[in-house]
Design a protein around this ligand. Sequence first.
Ligand SMILES: Cc1cc2nc3c(=O)[nH]c(=O)nc-3n(C[C@H](O)[C@H](O)[C@H](O)COP(=O)(O)O)c2cc1C
Length: 188
Amino acid sequence: MANPREVAVLVGSLRKDSLSRKMAHVLIGLAPSNLKLQIVEIGQLPLYNQDGDANPPEQWAAFRARIRAADAVLFVTPEYNRSVPAPLKNAIDVGSRPYGQSAWNGKPGAVVSVSPSVIGAFGANHHLRQSLVFLNVPAMQQPEAYIGQADKLFDGSGKLTNDSTRNFLQEFIQAFAAWIEANRGARD
Ligand SMILES: Cc1cc2nc3c(=O)[nH]c(=O)nc-3n(C[C@H](O)[C@H](O)[C@H](O)COP(=O)(O)O)c2cc1C
């Protein structure tokens, strides 16, 4: 078999007991063997400031290199005030610069939004998609993943306890594998 596609997983929450991070780990466990999912941390990134483009902090350079090396990107995020949390927006901005050298350009992507609320962080999911349009990240449209009532989905050790959610996530990650193959452009 060819090498698995490398998928950079970005988790929008920095919280230790984050539901989004638990969800990311579930997706890592459900991924088919032709995908290799790895979380790329974002909490260490200094706030983006265009003045830094001339002499970027090493954390920016390392993050950009991780994203460039990936075949695809998967965002697993909560919603803060009907949008994406600031650390995730910061990571998106860091990866998008310097102008003309965006690390995101052309990488197939997908979005999973996670919330204790029944709305499933729809607002964050779609705010994020707005940025992905501009960044030329073809974002998988179906299935959509708005994971609501996420505080009721895990046991104390972070294991997913809801079978229908597991089945849905399995379908989602398999669809994403097909999406990556269909949208990977010139990376082969
Ligand atoms: C600053 C802040 C704003 C929030 N705004 C929203 C919101 O707009 N919609 C929502 O569904 N939940 C909102 N929440 C609740 C989060 O969904 C909840 O804290 C969730 O567990 C955070 O994700 P995590 O578990 O991955 O850290 C907010 C939480 C915080 C701390």
